[in-house]
Design a protein around this ligand. Structure first.
Ligand SMILES: [Mn+2]
Length: 309
């Protein structure tokens, strides 16, 4: 976790800016970490870092466009030195991926002190804002971390592990909603994110209680249809083999990681491999209850491939 001093440093940075620019990762943890910070200050703009793990010089045009007085980066694994140097603004980076060495940036990452600790970026941001528990819970479960703080809306999480919550609890459905609305056209994604900055309670979305909630639910359902037909196709492929391999062709949206997670939940005894074929390349997700990364890194030796956990 962050120290008390780090928490108050971040909070002070948030309280002392007029037009912050937020960059965040393109998953539920990234989105929720942004929402928590934004909903505290209610100023500035958010930019999702889509499909790439690094914030590099390409994003400097966003800095020019919005002319922020401060920049916050959450859940983005890599901030390139050229971005830091080019932005010429104070940058606050809150992350939980393996730490890197950088100059000229305020870098908050609990893994700098403790290598193996796993705390989602959303959990770190919640420690700073201490509000919007339901959003904090969505980001945490999205990254496989059971909320360790009380959430008024769901008092019955006790007893379920994080994967049971993910696939059998309304909170898990919300995780999927937050994850799926980040797919599709950028204009649609941005509109959904804007709506989420104003929603007051999860039931607005889950029960479609307000126009804003209904908007999110409708966008989600459209993407969920695409996902569910793919999942049903994949489920039919499960056989007796220890390795559960499913390859699908490029389509508008990528569901590789969502699908790998759900297939492993439904087949915990297997090693799940989901691959999406795109332009002659296979984008692959491995999931298993055993550590697959060392084997994967060995398998990548000599083939044209990259891999990461
Ligand atoms: Mn992330």
């Amino acid at each position: 976790m962050l120290s008390k001093k780090e928490v108050s440093q971040i909070k002070e940075e948030l309280e002392n800016c007029q037009n912050p620019l937020f960059f965040f990762d393109d998953d539920a943890d990234g989105l929720c970490s942004f929402l928590l910070l934004y909903r505290l200050v209610k100023e500035g703009h958010g930019v999702m870092v889509k499909s790439v793990p690094n914030l590099d010089a390409r994003f400097l045009r966003k800095v020019e466009e919005y002319n922020p007085d401060k920049i916050f980066v959450t859940d983005v694994p890599i901030v390139e030195q050229e971005f830091i140097d080019g932005a010429k603004r104070k940058i606050i980076w809150i992350d939980h991926h393996p730490p890197v060495e950088r100059q000229g940036i305020s870098y908050f990452n609990p893994r700098k002190q403790k290598k193996d600790v796993y705390i989602p970026a959303t959990r770190l941001c919640y420690e700073v804002v201490k509000q919007d528990e339901w959003i904090a819970a969505v980001g945490c479960v999205g990254d496989g971390y059971l909320p360790d703080f009380p959430v008024e809306e769901w008092t019955d999480l006790g007893g379920k592990n994080v994967w049971e919550v993910m696939y059998t609890h309304p909170l898990g459905k919300l995780v999927q909603i937050f994850s799926f609305i980040l797919k599709g056209k950028t204009t649609d994604i941005n509109q959904s994110i804007r709506v989420l900055t104003r929603i007051k309670s999860p039931s607005e979305i889950i029960n479609g209680e307000t126009a804003q909630g209904k908007f999110i639910l409708k966008r989600y359902e459209k993407i969920a249809q695409e996902y569910e037909s793919l999942r049903d196709r994949a489920m039919k492929k499960a056989g007796k083999d220890k390795i559960f391999l499913f390859v699908y062709q490029e389509q508008e949206n990528s569901f590789t990681s969502d699908l790998a997670g759900e297939l492993l939940y439904r087949h915990p005894d297997k090693i799940v491999v989901v691959a999406r074929e795109k332009g002659g390349e296979l984008k692959t997700s491995f999931r298993a209850k055993i550590a697959v990364e060392p084997a994967m890194q060995r398998a990548l030796v000599g083939v044209e491939g990259r891999g990461g956990a």
